[in-house]
Design a protein around this ligand. Sequence first.
Ligand SMILES: Nc1ncnc2c1ncn2[C@@H]1O[C@H](COP(=O)(O)OP(=O)(O)OP(=O)(O)O)[C@@H](O)[C@H]1O
Length: 896
Amino acid sequence: MSAAPQSAPTPMMAQYIEIKAANPDCLLFYRMGDFYELFFDDAEEASRALGITLTKRGKHLGEDIPMCGVPIHAADDYLQKLIALGHRIAVCEQLEDPAEARKRGSKSVVRRDVVRLVTPGTITEEALLQPGRGNHLAALTRLGGKGRNAEFALAWTDLSTGTFLLSATTAERMEADLAAIEPSEVIVADPLYRDEAFAPLFRRLGRRARPEPQPLFDAATAASRIAAFFEVGALDGFGDFSRAELSAAAALIAYLGKTQLAARPALRRPERRLAGETMEIDPATRASLELQRSVHGGRKGSLLSVIDRTRSGVGGRLLASRLSSPLTDPRAIGERQASVSHFVEAAGLREEIRRRLGAVPDIERALSRLALDRGGPRDLLAIRAGLEGAAEIAGILGADLPAELAGCTDALRALPGELTETLRMMLGEEAPLLKRDGGFVREGAIRELDEARTLREDARRFVAELQGRLVEETGIRALKIKHNNVLGFFVEMNETHGKALMAGEGSHQFIHRQTLASAMRFTTRELAELQERIVNSGEDALRIELRVFDELSAAAVRQAEALQAASSALGAIDVAASLAELAVSQDWSRPRVDDSLAFRIDGGRHPVVEAALAEAQGHSFVANDCDLSPPGRQADAGAIWLVTGPNMGGKSTFLRQNALIAILAQIGAYVPARSAHIGVVDRLFSRVGASDELAEGRSTFMVEMVETAAILNQSGERALVVLDEIGRGTATYDGLSIAFAAVEHLHEVNRCRSLFATHFHEMTALSDRLERLSNVTMRVKEWRGDVVFLHEVGPGAADRSYGIQVAKLAGLPKSVVMRAKAVLAELERHDQRDSRGMFLDDLPLFSAAVRRAEEAETRAEPDPVAELLRGIDPDRLTPREALDALYALKSALAER
Ligand SMILES: Nc1ncnc2c1ncn2[C@@H]1O[C@H](COP(=O)(O)OP(=O)(O)OP(=O)(O)O)[C@@H](O)[C@H]1O
């Protein structure tokens, strides 16, 4: 097939194609004037994703070129949408003034190039970030090949704040570690990404995981690459890092280089997190406990949403990150608790500090933007206000503080006073978003600038005066001096006047510029001169302001370390004060956390359920005790509580609340309990409620068994295991046997503290054989065949599940409920003698039985509520009897 002769692409299109070819996996935002334009497939993709109109521009290879565009001022919104959909965007800017290009000849194109790749993990724009949420980019590396010697490490950063952390990890722990970091993007060396053994992990990470070439992770050059980034000779002063950690860190820096190009982010020095420093919590446990997100995916209904009283973005982010990584060192936990206690005891101080914190801007994010040359004058104002606020807060906190807070005030006091002074001297009270709009440098700060501004103002005044003079001279009262972007200043009058003027003397003075339908426009020599003066002095003023901006920005970036330390300090103060506020307002208590194996909670509550009940103004939350401490003097391992009780009795709530209390205690917070004593938990497993891994192609039961296997294989004596209804998804006897064996294993092999809820009442017999196992049950009251949930945990075993009563409450058809009751009665009668269920044959068939029951009902049954009411004589009731009567009425109503 012979190709038709094609015209060569235009120079601009040729430039576009070249740049696009260098960025094939990104949507290319190609700057043209006040728009970013997208072409070809990118345009089609973006117009679909953003719902914007697809147009055409010229032809390429004989075909129309699809095009769509987004205006610069709204680009952030569009970027946000595209990023959320998993796209990466290459932002291509004009690198010179179009006038420059024209000087090279009429055909030459404006120089353009990509200045930045926008990826989910490298966003810094305020509009694209949430104040209280970090945005992490992680790098995962493996050294030493696939074998047993493989060494894994993670590095992660929040580019918007400069945080930079490293940690060793293992194949087993990797997923839990990533879950704690919650990265928006994870770069992985290509061979590891393709390793079959990790395929499930990367599948679960989905688009967040991104393979990158192995050389980025090269361990041999890692240390020197990191040193070069931080502009130091060697890394010795940074601490001790493993080769794998260095490889991950170097890869992260290289990736930032790839995406940020010329801009150098204000990263902090890398800090190492030791694997054992934090409580290990796998993703399923996080989901089940709804730590940061509820099962519905949103923040509402999560633990974080209930405990977050922080007043600043940095505080919100720190609280979220602490919640995702509780500590395991009692001393470090104690330090944080001491800060909270300080604010619990000093109510006035707490209020004052919180009030001030609310007014301190987000210094570290402003700084990051300035470092990446994406900042504006408001970021400088934010830093100034931050510096001033920090100094005030340090002053108010005073001396005689617990260690953590003392460290914080040191960081605040170490802030460079000169920077505050310079910013105060140079900046006005308000500033535009963009530096190119000018007007942010304070009057009186720079003489040249004041002069330029005065010149401009004078010229403007002269323009106003000139209008009066021209009116007088010409006698044309309707003459006006106006301004637009094309002509600049001009004299405008109607056509009759204009023509008369041109025909007469005026033609010497007035130079014709434009004739419109209703008006004529002129300039005069004087006006043109004034115009030039205004433009020139305006340009001078802006040039000076931009220079000042760059100087101030550089001065702030030079102080990055001090500013970041102060920002972290403000975050820590905010977290302590907010947890204190929470403790006081919700009546929480300071837990004792130590190295023992104790786990004793008195009067524990579930903070989220309690808040929900309070909001609904229904019944109030019933506090419950839990004690999994090694029972008796001899015991050297934690206890197991086997929790039985009716459906809806509060088992899941009880199980979860104890796990949550452990987490809260270990982030250094107070806990929702009268008192608590917790020996640190190093690993938490919670399987309560349904799992959402079904998308992986495993059945519910399979998922449950895989998770149970992980728990039984991995829990050590410091673990806390919270299991709900293991074995429910299979035949009764299989399920019961598995649950039985699992509890025995927990008791004999894992020897960890556990809560195990079950509907298999047969299991309560285990307490005779397993010395550290106790039975507890959720208490209920029965009333005329219905059940009243007391939500109280007490010793003993439930004898039944009340499943049918709950089913009735849920609105199961009456016929089904009645039939189920009959089946249950029959099952219970036969249970002793025949375990295979053959007796079901004894039961009448469903339809017959239901019909009979219904007939009986319609025949006789009077209204039970009315009947009860008739029998009550209010004058003769004691208060206790009145209450009982109320219960009776309610249940009779339910039965009706
Ligand atoms: N301690 C409590 N105080 C007050 N209300 C509670 C308490 N515990 C639970 N509830 C209420 O009871 C409801 C059911 O609790 P939960 O889901 O824990 O029951 P469950 O025993 O696990 O039920 P199932 O066995 O059917 O899963 C909760 O949504 C809550 O409204």
